[in-house]
Ligand binder design. Structure first.
Ligand code: ADP
Ligand code: MG
Length: 317
């Protein structure tokens, strides 16, 4: 093996038949290596192609072209082995309503050919906090419990790689914490984790490395620290005590007086630390009543990373 859990080469996916409209080019030739043992974040806005990529890895969506190698197994040459290496917690709550959690895990284990003596349904149910719901009717499970069950199902065959597709979109804080605790623990025990999200903060908190896709193309791939370092454009909003007579000045500051009397200050963290921004504000004779900062949101990140290579407008052609 190469040290990569996953190797993707020139991966393309076109939904709909070519020559017939509508046709969506969801993945436009992705090259991506995901190292073993990492917590890897796949970021992108809605419609970027994250789920398509994940579902191809999971064997749920058939790729149009390209190579996918999972845990050393080519997906086309060794579909069974490559499928066995990966467990996916899907984005949608696609649970069979007829199975209680323990039964659902047993069925899933059966599908993956896990021998009975190697099954650990109760252990996995405990891991996700569903032990007292093991035999509950599926329809009595809350949305959060269903997500826990989806995570449990992804783990029944002891995969090397766990993929979570937007695991925290719309979930409560308790479930989010349960998910992250489990992710950290499984990763410590050696599992490679891939998660998709459109929350930058979440990727920052959880991931060692990040790939960003937009409109089906990879726009960035770096360690989390490096990537965030490249995105150090920040905004500070200052509420002055009295209307300012002059605006703060310092190298790298762009200051704008807003209609509500606040000052919007754009600055570059490496060039001007927040302290220097505040000094500039005070040096302009301004008494600060309140101050807050605004992180770049993902849209701004994409814009700054993709400015150099403009994609055709969506829906064109
Ligand atoms: P993401 O998960 O990043 O939100 P998706 O992979 O779900 O993105 O979608 C990528 C693009 O492919 C979108 O334009 C979406 O509308 C399209 N798409 C996704 N699934 C299908 C499908 N089954 N049939 C047709 N188009 C699809
Ligand atoms: Mg998705």
């Amino acid at each position: 093996m190469t040290g990569n859990a996953i190797e993707i080469r020139n991966l393309r996916k076109i939904y709909g038949r070519e020559g017939k409209s509508p046709v969506t080019e969801a993945l436009k030739g992705i090259d991506l290596d995901i190292p073993q043992g990492s917590v890897f974040g796949l970021l992108g806005p809605n419609g970027a192609g994250k789920s398509t990529l994940i579902n191809i890895l999971a064997g749920l969506v058939v790729k149009t072209a390209g190579q996918v190698n999972i845990w050393g197994f080519d997906q086309d040459a060794n579909p069974r082995q490559s499928r066995a290496a990966i467990g996916v917690m899907p984005q949608e709550l696609n649970l069979d309503p007829f199975f209680a959690p323990r039964a659902a895990l047993e069925v899933q284990a059966g599908l993956y050919g896990v021998p009975r003596r190697e099954r650990r349904s109760d252990e996995i149910l405990a891991l996700v906090g569903l032990e007292d719901k093991a035999n509950a009717y599926a329809r009595t499970l809350s949305g959060g419990m269903r997500r826990r069950l989806l995570l449990a199902k992804a783990l029944v065959h002891h995969p090397h790689i766990l993929v979570l597709d937007e695991p925290t979109a719309g979930v409560d804080i308790e479930l989010r914490q349960m998910l992250w605790q489990n992710v950290r623990r499984l990763n410590r025990e050696g599992m490679t984790i891939i998660l998709t999200t459109h929350y930058l903060e979440e990727a920052e908190e959880m991931c060692d490395e990040i790939a960003i896709i937009n409109h089906g193309a990879l726009v960035a791939r770096d360690s989390t620290a490096n990537l965030l370092g490249r995105l150090d454009s920040k905004t500070m909003i200052v509420t002055p005590d009295t209307p300012p007579e002059r605006l703060p000045e310092a190298p790298g500051l762009a200051v704008e007086m807003r209609a509500d009397g606040t000052l919007m200050i754009n600055y570059n963290l490496t060039q001007t630390p927040a302290g220097a921004v505040l000094d500039a504000v005070r040096n302009a004779g301004i008494t600060i009543r309140d101050v807050r900062t605004r992180e770049a949101d993902l849209e701004e990140v994409f814009l700054s990373l993709t400015r150099a290579r403009t994609d055709p407008v969506e829906g064109a052609g």
